[in-house]
Design a protein. Structure first.
Length: 335
């Protein structure tokens, strides 16, 4: 269904949903799960616009509202670019594209078929979340006409009205993941490859990153290689989907990248320490507790003084999904 601009007028668009980050880049808080959890990015350049990641179907009114607040018509959007096809990043792409008459979609080549026919994507997500959660959080995932979809290529440059964007293949979180380098801001739009950083855990030391091992394609060695490849460009900032920009500070980004790689090794070691043949329910509980212990230790090392129970509540979604993803990885490793 097409959501007309009148449903997303500035009068109902809250200012805190649109975060200007410089260089024409705006983070849009999609409202997925909670505020300050999931971001889509709206870039404005030479009077034209593009989106990187879209959130879910319920996020689309906020994205269209952001355009209207900035005085942009839907016809000014040239591109919609999901970093990968997981539903918190691309679930709203079909609905959004229905309101953007001139936009094309650029997605990792492994994601092209899922955007044109999302049935397999929906089936996989339903297996993880269940039908009730799918209906509540994601809604009906709309297909996109294949004639409007382009697949990116590793190392491809897009010259967008004089602004250069580079696409690279970044497996490890998902095999259908690419990251986008913005030459203007010297920053990466990272999706989930460079981890997650929730603003509640920021301290005087800076933000804290955690890796994501969510189902079903977590693979630690390619993930670490993807992070190292991104660091080679000495980025000054990272534009995370969860949540918003880190930087501009090249030394901070370098430090966080090194710490993220250390954490991936810690998670793998913790998961491999669970005795083979452990009952699946007990293994899941052990992985959850192992994850919680590692994350609590890391947030404390970053100077966070938040109560343990509150830390765990903010990380509950990640504890559950990361435990599931580690279990799938372990099964694949021992198959």
């Amino acid at each position: 269904m097409n959501i007309p601009p009148s449903k997303t007028s500035p009068a109902i668009f809250r200012p805190e949903w649109l975060l200007p980050l410089g260089h024409g880049i705006h983070a849009v808080d999609t409202g997925f799960h909670r505020e300050v959890f999931d971001a889509a990015y709206l870039i404005v350049h030479q009077g034209r616009a593009l989106f990187i990641d879209t959130g879910t179907n319920p996020s689309v009114p906020r994205l269209l509202g952001a355009l209207e607040v900035l005085g942009l018509a839907p016809s000014s959007v040239d591109w919609v670019i999901p970093t990968h096809v997981h539903l918190d990043h691309a679930g709203g792409a079909g609905l959004l594209m229905a309101s953007l008459p001139k936009a094309r979609l650029m997605v990792h080549p492994r994601g092209v078929r899922h955007m044109a026919d999302p049935s397999a994507l929906v089936a996989g997500a339903t297996a993880v979340y269940g039908e009730a959660e799918m209906a509540r959080s994601y809604g009906h995932i709309q297909p996109i006409d294949s004639s409007r979809i382009d697949g990116s290529a590793d190392g491809q440059w897009l010259d967008w009205n004089g602004r250069r964007l580079l696409f690279i293949d970044t497996p490890g979180h998902a095999r259908h993941h690419h990251c986008i380098w913005d030459e203007t801001s010297r920053g990466w739009f990272t999706g989930d490859t460079f981890g997650l950083s929730y603003r509640e855990f920021d301290t005087s030391r800076g933000p804290w990153l955690l890796p994501t091992t969510t189902p079903v394609q977590f693979d630690p060695q390619p993930l670490k290689a993807s992070i190292r490849r991104m660091l080679e460009r000495e980025p000054e900032c990272l534009y995370l989907t969860h949540f918003s920009r880190i930087g501009p500070d090249a030394s901070l980004v370098k430090r966080l990248g090194a710490e993220l790689i250390e954490q991936i090794d810690e998670l793998v070691g913790m998961a491999q320490a669970v005795p083979p043949g452990t009952d699946p329910a007990r293994r899941h509980a052990a992985l959850r507790e192992g994850l919680a212990a590692l994350m609590l230790r890391r947030v404390r090392a970053n100077g966070c003084t938040m109560d343990d129970a509150l830390v765990r509540s903010l990380l509950e979604i990640d504890l559950e999904l990361n435990a599931q993803g580690l279990a799938i990885w372990l099964d694949r490793e021992t198959a």
